[in-house]
Design a protein around this ligand. Sequence first.
Ligand code: SF4
Length: 157
Amino acid sequence: MARPKAAISACLLGERCRYDGTDNRDPKLLGKLAEYELVPFCPEDFCFGTPRPTMDLVETEEGIKAISNLTGADLTPPVQAYARRFFDEHPEIDLFIGKDRSPSCGVCSARLYNRKKQLLSSEATGLMAAEAKRRGIETWDAEDYLAAHPAPPIRGS
Ligand code: SF4
């Protein structure tokens, strides 16, 4: 029987695709996902390369946008296009695990600012996670998934 499929932020698998060329490998999380076939994604590495300047979610008159912290450019379109293409190419995804706090991958942990760089929320949804939600996929921040799926007790202890 085919295994269920989980889309997962590539940095959580150990890919060095963070903005500064590091990773967020999480062996405990990967252990919890052992029953899944993992399908990695990294919209920011694909769109902008690694290393790269950071970006933030900003509330604008036209809705929530991803704005470059280096240039102020609107980086939303390529990230949204990547997200749509990824889920179009993987219609069988059962679960989405996103890296906490990322403006692309965070499910309900991304920071949202206004134009003056004042923090509006620490529970916003990143652009890739938003596309997963729109498609009705079960979505989790990695830390929340770990907390909600504790390891079974060790027998005899
Ligand atoms: S959080 Fe998402 S965009 Fe950032 S490095 Fe990880 S996979 Fe890439």
